[in-house]
Design a protein around this ligand. Structure first.
Ligand code: DQA
Length: 170
C-alpha cells in the first residue's frame, strides 16, 4: 500500500496497481427492505437485485465488488474496519445513520478508504432532519435522487477515481 495526499483527501490509501480493484458497498439500516419499503420514495428494486447488478457491472469494469447490509451501527463499523488495506473504494448508503452517526464517520475517516455517499432519494427534498450528513465533508462525492441507478453511477465514478489515483502513484 502506498499513500497519496491531495487537496481533497488526506492520506487516502491507494492499493498497488497489480492488485485487482476492489470496492466495498455498504447498505445501512432498513435497506434490506428495499422494494417493499415506501416504494414511492425508494423504488421497487430489491437490494438483492441492486447487489447482483453491482457485481455484474463490477465484472465489466474490472472491479471485485463486495456488498454488505446491516441494521446495526456496530456491524457496519466492523465491516468498514475489515476493509482496511483490502478495498480501494467504499460506496456507502448509511440510511438513517447518515444523519446521526459520528461513529460511522470516524470509521470511514479511520480506514482512509475514499468513499462515495449514495442515497436513493434526494434527501434535500425531504424532512430537514435528513439534510444533515455526518459524512458529507469526508467523502469524495455524493450521489442522490436517482434511485438504484445511483449505486451504478457511483461504481463508475469509483472506477475513474481508482484509475486516477493509480496513475498518480505510478
Ligand atoms: C436514505 C435516506 C435516509 O434519510 C433514510 O433514512 C434511508 C434511506 C436513501 O437512500 O434515500 O434509510 O439513505
Amino acid at each position: 500500500m502506498v499513500t497519496r495526499q491531495n487537496a481533497s483527501t488526506k492520506h487516502d490509501s491507494v492499493r498497488a496497481k497489480s492488485e485487482p480493484a476492489a470496492v466495498l458497498v455498504v447498505h445501512g439500516p432498513n435497506l434490506n427492505l428495499l422494494g417493499e419499503r415506501e416504494p414511492e420514495v425508494y423504488g421497487r428494486t430489491r437490494l438483492a437485485d441492486i447487489n447482483r447488478k453491482l457485481k455484474d457491472l463490477g465484472g465489466e469494469l474490472g472491479i471485485k465488488v463486495d456488498t454488505f447490509q446491516s441494521n446495526s451501527e456496530g456491524a457496519i463499523i466492523d465491516r468498514i474496519q475489515a476493509a482496511r488495506g483490502k478495498a480501494d473504494f467504499l460506496l456507502i448508503n448509511p440510511g438513517a445513520y447518515t444523519h446521526t452517526s459520528v461513529a460511522i464517520r470516524d470509521a470511514i475517516a479511520g480506514v482512509a478508504i475514499p468513499a462515495i455517499e449514495v442515497h436513493l432519494s434526494n434527501v434535500y427534498k425531504r424532512e430537514t432532519f435528513r439534510h444533515r450528513s455526518t459524512i458529507a465533508d469526508i467523502v469524495v462525492g455524493r450521489i442522490m435522487g436517482f434511485g438504484a441507478e445511483g449505486y451504478y453511477l457511483a461504481l463508475r465514478a469509483a472506477r475513474a477515481a481508482i484509475d486516477a489515483a493509480r496513475a498518480e502513484v505510478s
